[in-house]
Design a protein around this ligand. Structure first.
Ligand code: ADP
Ligand code: MG
Length: 243
């Protein structure tokens, strides 16, 4: 992946940024094209991951927003990168849409996850803020913790909600499906994503008995010997929704 100079980027407003867990994300232009600039607070976060992120830049699926350029700032190379900018909102905001839009966007991102797995990428951090949507499409961002080729995600890089799965089954494509199913459930059932996640972590399965009952939620539980690879959205009877 090519390294470019910070001085060659143009920012509409250099002071405007979005806080991420590991740094800042700003909108910028490079050669008149719009990008998201991700600057890491601590360069150590990227140690051991730079080769993986460089390799990811060759992935040719435009809706997977992988890094495209390293950025060198104040003589420090490779502590920031650019990804194509996607206009839209994250899945954090999908809850307010009507059920038809929710189902469309969930299905669209499901197909994108399948394509991502065909490329050999396990994202390992599919939470609502890492899937973006607009009228036309959905996109996946934030591949920092993904598994790709000979880089395998370390358990310690992952958040608590992934760890129970990884301890039981290891890093598998089904991990992404499991995480995506948690998101699907909270969107379809109109309930708080973090409440669903915590209930699964604490095995408070009674939480799921309210409407569809346990049957519909089998894909969320970790009791089986083999990890479930069904997308929850495929097991939901869409005729129940009135579009
Ligand atoms: N390529 C992009 N296009 C549009 N918005 C983006 C892009 N990349 C990041 N963002 C915005 O910045 C937020 C945090 O980015 P992300 O890469 O997920 O950082 P973190 O590692 O802190 O989670 C996202 O939820 C999204 O709102
Ligand atoms: Mg993120």
């Amino acid at each position: 992946m090519e390294t470019i100079m910070y001085e060659d980027l143009y920012f509409d407003d250099p002071d405007e940024y979005q806080s991420g867990s590991y740094g800042k994300i700003k909108v910028c232009y490079y050669n008149n094209k719009k990008y998201a600039y991700k600057q890491f607070k601590n360069s150590k976060f990227l140690n051991g991951k730079r080769r993986k992120l460089s390799m990811l830049s060759n992935i040719n699926i435009s809706r997977l927003l992988v890094p495209k350029f390293w950025v060198c700032k104040n003589g420090n190379a490779k502590n920031a990168y650019l990804t194509d900018f996607c206009k839209g909102k994250s899945f954090d905001f999908l809850g307010v849409e009507n059920i038809e839009n929710k189902v469309n966007k969930i299905n669209d991102s499901k197909n994108l996850i399948i394509s991502m797995h065909e490329e050999g990428i396990i994202h390992a951090d599919l939470n609502p803020s890492n899937i973006l949507y607009n009228k036309e499409k959905t996109s996946i961002i934030d591949f920092d913790t993904c598994s790709f080729r000979n880089y395998k995600t370390n358990l310690l890089e992952t958040t608590d909600y992934c760890q129970e799965f990884i301890k039981k089954y290891g890093i598998k494509p089904e991990l992404d499906i499991f995480m995506f199913n948690i998101l699907t459930y909270s969107l379809i059932q109109d309930c708080d994503y973090y409440l669903v996640r915590n209930s699964i972590n604490k095995q408070k399965y009674g939480f799921f008995d309210n409407k569809y009952g346990r049957k519909i939620c089998n894909s969320l539980f970790l009791d089986d010997d083999i990890p479930n690879n069904d997308f929850l959205i495929d097991t939901i009877d869409e005729s129940k929704f009135i579009f």
